[in-house]
Design a protein around this ligand. Structure first.
Ligand code: ZN
Length: 480
């Protein structure tokens, strides 16, 4: 008995001590849970550059542990606070981060918040600077039961007036499928400007680094636009205000050539298997003709998208000073924007537009760089076979296709006339020739203009001489 009692007393003492530790831990845990701040996360998908006359702000609020209680947006300026009342909160979909929830653990809450800040709703907010404050609170016990709270404050400009655009060049003559240049000045705060032709946008570049508000823009009227499509200058500022300006121009619609190509079995046998074997992403369609149609249609599209990507790796300066050169002693075998009909055993099987020039001379003839620039791509490029793309700055690039051999590497500087490879029949080529395309911001344009010294003088050199003399003829430079 005594033994048992002693043992019981000792057990009671240990139990009480244990209980005290538990209670102390619970008390500490409770205290911690009410003083800490288990805040939700606030994240902007795009940086907020400013507030304009009609700004739509979007941000995400995510909370892994707690339920979201409130979201607020306010603007502070000169000691005054303006609440933004036009808020909409919706579940951010899809909530990939939600994952599995185990027992007590609530799935993450993920919300998309859209705030509309309109000038008419905030009549007392002045142009200048302001602080945008975004807050979010949850239902946690933290901050003495007021909930976990996150807050983001951003110092931003407030602009009510859209950018001003002043067109400086007077004459603009555009051939459908061809190029042109306009020079204009934009007001401070403009972050993006360029020429919009139908669905296409061509960005502008500073004429001189020391005066970034005077802009030059090489633009095209792409071959596939309807002649009635408008050509306009568009400028946006950091507050999201936009100006659309018309400028004088004359468009000359063109009639493009049509041609018919007969697909023969020997041709398909020669060109299709090498492309299929180098393009692992293409699935065998079961016949040479079906594989050809996949290459001629789908792969052509994919590669047009890749050319748009290459155009983003352009120098902000002209890298060239002289007209572009055409390969000497060549015969032009296909024109720009030829509408091609493909026949197989007398049946029409495909239509595509040929967006370059096919130049034929002798087999494996040397291919020169059309102008000074930097190689942005050198390698196998699907329908173009072994190809080289050279950047000449401000969105202008040239492509050389079907090469038998390439003698330059990506990243290399090249001079006008420098050997870049030899012609051949790699890719979709019916015989040894050089395929030459001029690209403006990834869009194929008529090369003939760029070969013409008079056109270069009237459209480019003379305009630059008038508005940016020191730029033209300056030593080519690269941006870092
Ligand atoms: Zn071609």
């Amino acid at each position: 008995m005594a033994r048992g009692a002693r043992s019981g007393t000792g057990g009671w003492g240990a139990g009480a001590g244990f209980l005290l530790v538990i209670l102390a831990a619970a008390a500490l845990g409770f205290l911690w849970s009410i003083v800490r701040n288990p805040a939700p996360q606030i994240r902007f998908d795009a940086p907020v550059l400013g507030l304009g006359s009609n700004t739509v702000l979007q941000f995400r609020v995510r909370d892994a542990r707690h339920r979201l209680k409130s979201v607020g947006v306010e603007i502070r300026q000169n000691g005054r606070t303006f609440a933004v009342s036009s808020l909409s909160v919706s579940p951010a979909a899809p909530t990939a981060a939600r994952g599995w929830s185990f027992g007590w653990r609530r799935p993450a809450e993920d919300w998309l918040v859209t705030a509309r800040i309109a000038r008419h709703a905030l009549p007392e907010l002045q142009p200048g600077r302001a602080t945008l404050v975004v807050t979010a609170t949850n239902d946690a016990w933290g901050r003495f039961f007021r909930g976990g709270r996150a807050s983001v404050a951003l110092d931003v400009p407030v602009r009510w007036t859209p950018p001003q655009v002043e067109v400086l060049t007077a004459q603009h003559y555009i051939n459908q499928g061809g190029s042109e240049m306009v020079i204009f000045a934009v007001s401070p705060g403009t972050v993006q400007s360029g020429v919009e032709a139908g669905k296409y946008f061509f960005p502008s570049w500073p004429v001189q680094d020391s005066a970034p508000q005077t802009r030059l823009c090489l633009f095209a009227f792409p071959y596939d636009l309807d002649p009635s499509a408008p050509v306009r200058i568009v400028a946006r500022d950091d507050a999201g205000n936009q100006t659309v300006t018309t400028f004088p121009y004359k468009l000359f619609p063109q009639r493009f050539h049509t041609s018919t190509l007969e697909l023969t079995d020997p041709f398909l046998q020669r060109v299709v298997p090498p492309i299929m074997s180098q393009m692992a992403e293409l699935d065998d369609q079961g016949s040479l003709l079906k594989d050809f149609l996949l290459i001629n249609g789908h792969l052509r599209q994919v590669e047009a998208g890749q050319m748009a990507e290459f155009s983003k790796h352009t120098s902000p300066h002209f890298l060239w000073t002289q007209p572009f050169i055409q390969l000497g002693n060549t015969k032009v075998e296909a024109h720009f924007a030829d509408d091609r009909t493909y026949l197989y055993r007398g049946q029409v099987v495909d239509h595509q537009t040929h967006l370059g020039f096919d130049l034929a001379g002798t087999a494996h003839m040397p291919a020169p760089a059309a102008n000074d620039g930097q190689v942005v791509f050198a390698g196998f490029f699907g329908i173009y076979g072994n190809a080289v793309i050279i950047d000449h700055g401000c969105g202008l690039q040239t492509l050389y296709g079907h090469l038998s051999q390439i003698t330059v590497k990506a990243g290399e500087r090249v001079q006008r006339g420098q050997l870049i490879g030899h012609s051949g029949e790699t890719g979709l080529a019916g015989g040894d020739h050089l395929h030459f395309t001029v690209l403006l911001d990834g869009v194929p344009v008529n090369p003939v203009e760029w070969w013409d010294p008079h056109w270069i003088r009237d459209r480019i050199t003379a305009k630059l001489a008038a508005f940016g003399a020191e730029r033209h003829g300056a030593a080519p430079r690269f941006a870092p």
